[in-house]
Design a protein around this ligand. Structure first.
Ligand SMILES: Nc1ncnc2c1ncn2[C@@H]1O[C@H](COP(=O)(O)OP(=O)(O)OP(=O)(O)O)[C@@H](O)[C@H]1O
Length: 244
């Protein structure tokens, strides 16, 4: 479905991701793990064609990027790390209804789908509120409901659990497991990685692909954990595992 061939992205003189080759198939649930600044957002933006490779190639359903832009805009949605940049409607209802109305659905169908997603994310009680009055976690769930209501083929979720409490994370995990959409979910919470998907892609602190495989094997590999920045020493003697 999506393929990166030796892709690098450079911002001015800073290389954010370097020589990444990756194939993501239809329906896969891929967790993108890396410490702050490792290039997770950059990689998701690349998959959403919001930025282009500085070198290398991105193929979407076998098409070159310039021929695939229209399909990507229709079929793929990115949930941004900061929900504030995604919420621009007067009420939570209108926010989730936005993409459905754009598709031309009847208002009764719009209502049914909006209420379904609000219920799935346990935010029905917020339906009439303006998004600016919500807490960080509530905003994140509204933004997520809007993205899910659009029923995209590809869901690119950038740190969706950042402001969420445990029950909300649980709901998100169930939604990811249920959906047929191809999902790429970034996180720096190593403990959540095996819950969010069954394929783990890990970026090194300098934006290289460090690991691609089953989450369990990465979590058992001390040298990979060290290289990815998820273990470190205190006073030069003890190893600490970053659980969060
Ligand atoms: N617009 C930009 N201009 C210049 N440098 C950028 C820009 N966006 C990101 N970077 C740099 O690229 C690198 C990767 O950033 P990116 O946001 O992709 O990382 P991340 O893994 O998503 O980080 P975090 O976990 O903190 O969200 C960082 O060094 C960052 O400073």
């Amino acid at each position: 479905m999506m393929e990166l061939k030796e892709v690098s992205v450079k911002y001015q003189d800073r290389i954010a991701i370097k020589d990444i080759s990756l194939k993501i198939g239809k329906g896969e649930k891929v967790v993108l793990l890396g410490i702050n600044g490792s290039g997770k957002t950059t990689l998701l933006k690349l998959l959403n064609a919001l930025i282009y490779p500085s070198s290398g190639e991105f193929l979407y359903k076998g098409k070159k990027l310039k021929d695939a832009i229209k399909d990507i805009r229709k079929e793929s949605i990115m949930l941004f790390q900061n929900p504030d940049v995604m919420l621009f409607n007067p009420t939570v209802y209108d926010e989730v209804a936005y993409s459905l109305r754009k598709k031309g659905l009847k208002e009764s169908e719009v209502k049914e789908k909006v209420m379904y997603w609000l219920k799935e994310l346990a935010i029905e009680d917020l339906v009439s509120l303006p998004p600016y009055k919500l807490s960080g976690g509530q905003k994140q769930r509204v933004a997520l409901a809007s993205v899910l209501a659009a029923e995209p083929q590809i869901l690119l979720l950038d740190e969706p659990t950042a402001h969420m409490d445990l029950p909300s994370v649980g709901r998100l995990i169930e939604i990811i497991q249920k959906t047929e959409a191809t999902c790429v979910i970034s996180t720096h919470h190593i403990s959540l990685a095996p819950e969010l998907g069954n394929r783990l892609v890990v970026l090194s602190p300098h934006g290289r692909l460090l690991y691609d495989g089953a989450p369990e094997n990465f979590l058992k590999d001390t040298s990979l954990l060290l290289e990815a920045g998820f273990m470190h020493t205190h006073s030069g003697s003890q190893w600490h595992f970053h659980s969060l």
